[in-house]
Design a protein around this ligand. Structure first.
Ligand code: GH3
Ligand code: MG
Ligand code: MG
Ligand code: MG
Length: 310
């Protein structure tokens, strides 16, 4: 498959492909920019720190990375990118001078997928980049199917675990609060017993749909945690903000007006929600945050269901 076909195969829309060019010499950036500007969105950085920031904030699809730069070297940038779950899957191609043979071996060792020698040949560099982009998209595509819940089409537990680790690190780095909302359908065993398992499945699909509509900042994530439980990751969201989101989810599910005559919580399908917030630090963990949300969910159930506890 070519790049366009691969992009079309994704279950969700994928923006234009982005290439990050890192070099301390503007003239080198200009040459590569010429090669790619028509086809890709080109991001640029002239030192290692800047490159790290662009990678974290804009997640390019591929990086052309100069080795010799003042400050952090290309090798060190690559090491750091590979150590961060948020950036480790971005393929790195080193752009090295021809007399740096030792550098090439080291480059592969620390996780680069290829190297290109300077002065660059536009035809070769373009072909190599396309090859590695195609490989990257294929693995993204496989991963995206492996990360989706088959019934509700929201993220599955595996994706949740991965994203929680990423959001945790990002919020820890910035000193921002991270919130989780764990929620569970009320009296859902009874719903299946009364209306049948198929209608139960349809109900889960409808609930997942409104949750996704309610939680929509770029880094928010709705995932199916298990059976009739869902979880939302809300990065950079304090306790008050998370409670407001949780209330909005509760209201949105009620607004579906799905009849549930045998619910302990009222005549319509409803959810109970537990909210927990932390500023990630060395003395806390994602597991503890999840446990705190679970404890709140238990409180919401105990207090009568169809409510938010925080
Ligand atoms: P509570 O209000 O305390 O949460 O009561 P509950 O009945 O919802 O809780 P319980 O954990 O006893 O039951 C959960 C039910 O969810 C049991 C199971 O059959 C149903 N369930 C879990 N996954 C699915 C699914 O994929 N489809 C359907 N239709 N039902 C499911
Ligand atoms: Mg240089
Ligand atoms: Mg449950
Ligand atoms: Mg339940």
């Amino acid at each position: 498959m070519n790049l366009t076909q691969l992009l079309d195969a994704f279950p969700h829309p994928v923006g234009p492909l982005r290439i990050l060019i890192v070099d301390d010499q503007p003239v080198n950036i200009r040459v590569l920019h010429q090669v790619f500007r028509g086809e890709f969105e080109v991001l640029m950085a002239t030192d290692g720190e800047q490159a790290m920031t662009v990678c974290r904030e804009q997640r390019p699809d591929i990086i052309l990375l100069d080795v010799v730069m003042p400050g952090i070297s290309g090798h060190e940038v690559c090491r750091r990118l590979k150590a961060d779950p948020g950036t480790r899957d971005i393929p790195v191609i080193f752009v090295t001078s021809q007399n740096q043979d030792g550098d090439e071996a080291l480059g592969f060792e620390i996780g680069a997928v290829d190297f290109i020698t300077k002065p660059v040949n536009p035809v070769i560099v373009s072909a190599r980049v396309r090859t590695h982009l195609a490989l990257k998209l294929q693995s993204d595509l496989l991963r995206s199917f492996a990360m989706i819940d088959g019934l509700t089409k929201v993220a599955n537990r595996r994706k949740f675990d991965e994203e929680l680790a990423i959001s945790w690190r990002a919020c820890q780095r910035e000193g921002h609060p991270l919130s989780l909302v764990l929620l569970d359908l009320d009296s859902f065993k009874q719903y299946n017993d009364t209306y049948g398992h198929q209608q139960g499945d349809a109900c889960l699909v409808a609930v997942a749909g409104v949750l996704t509509q309610t939680v929509r900042r770029p880094h928010d994530l709705v995932a199916r945690y298990g059976g009739e439980e869902f979880v939302c990751i809300l990065p950079e969201t304090d306790s008050l903000g998370a409670i407001q989101r949780a209330e909005a989810m509760r209201a949105a599910v009620k607004a579906l007006e799905i009849k549930h005559q045998d619910s302990a919580a009222g005549p319509l399908v409803s959810i109970s929600l537990g909210v927990a917030t932390q500023i990630p630090g060395a003395d806390s963990s994602p597991e503890a945050l999840l446990a705190a949300a679970d404890a709140q969910l238990y409180q919401a159930k105990a207090a009568g269901r169809d409510r938010v506890s925080a």
